[in-house]
Ligand binder design. Structure first.
Ligand code: GLU
Length: 292
């Protein structure tokens, strides 16, 4: 019963995916540590991937600092920008051709529509939504540019370049996206209500966080994604992208968020709570990981 042919057992592959837009924060550190632990306990591999698509905010000094802080906290990884590996490069800024191919496939299959809406907050779309300042999430798209277009598969576009407009995923309104989270249990988000037509490609010709993430998780054969609970709705969006691209879903494990004494979520910007600052003040790795 259930004794699958051992040749079919897929070895665990996890990943940690920091965005080098600031020093590593305690909240991230704890999520990454959980990812490390789960890969370690499963006897699997861990991939370090740098999510440095946000050209304005990403800095190589933060990439180096993240690698150093993660090692100082006691983590190691089998693949990454510093150690190489079979799915290199591990810097998203060097993986643009893969994202573009996926974008093209989505356009050809009629899942996307071009959007000319000017959005001041477009910059947020390239990062995981939890990194946006006050907003936790991409807001519901009002549907302006979607309404102007023909239906799926109707040949929306035939050119060769993505630039000049942004591109959104036309979500199946009313469909419930359900998954069982390995930590938080059953989850359910309704497309068009809990989240709307989300960005896949930015006007400045860069893949969005959502697209780059699914392309990389598939290409790197990630079997379980461990991330913060603030990204639950992103997971729902990514399930739609995986389906559209014909990728298998990994397992999902969302970590509860680290909150301060007042119950407020700790933001990356609170420099006082960067791993760096705490280290400089003499904190030990165990204290940072346990007490946060
Ligand atoms: N780059 C995101 C971060 O810094 C992680 C996104 C993810 O795990 O999918 O938290």
């Amino acid at each position: 019963m259930g004794s699958a042919d051992s040749s079919k057992i897929v070895p665990y592959r996890g990943r940690i995916a920091p965005s080098p837009t600031g020093y590593l924060h305690v909240g991230h550190a704890r999520t990454f540590f959980t990812a490390w632990q789960r890969a370690h306990d499963a006897g699997g591999a861990l991939v370090l991937r740098m999510e440095d698509l946000d050209r304005e905010r990403s800095r190589s000094v933060y990439t180096e600092a993240a690698i150093e802080d993660l090692r100082w906290l006691g983590m190691d990884w089998q693949e990454g920008p510093d150690v190489g590996g079979p799915y290199a490069p591990y810097m998203q800024s060097e993986r643009g051709a893969l994202y573009r191919a996926a974008w093209r496939a989505l356009v050809e299959r009629g899942f996307l529509f071009p959007c000319r809406c000017s959005r001041k907050d477009l910059a947020a779309a390239v990062s995981a939504p939890h990194e946006a300042d006050a907003v936790d999430d991409e807001s519901l798209y009002p549907g302006t540019c979607r309404a102007a277009l023909p239906l799926r598969g109707a040949g929306l576009w035939t050119g060769d370049e993505a630039g000049g407009v942004s591109w959104r995923f036309r979500v199946p309104d009313g469909e419930a996206i359900e998954f069982v989270d390995a930590n938080l249990g059953p989850q359910r988000f309704v497309a068009g209500a809990d989240f709307g037509d989300f960005l896949v490609w930015r006007k400045d010709d860069v893949a969005s966080y959502q697209l780059a993430c699914v392309v990389d998780d598939a290409a790197m054969h990630i079997t379980e994604v461990v991330r913060g609970a603030d990204l639950l709705k992103s997971t729902a969006r990514q399930i739609l992208l995986n389906r559209a691209l014909g990728y298998e879903n990994p397992a999902w494990f969302h970590c509860a968020l680290v909150v301060d004494a007042g119950g407020r979520r700790l933001a990356k910007r609170h420099d006082a709570l960067s791993v760096r600052t705490l280290r400089e003040r003499g904190a030990r790795a165990e204290e940072i990981l346990e007490e946060a």
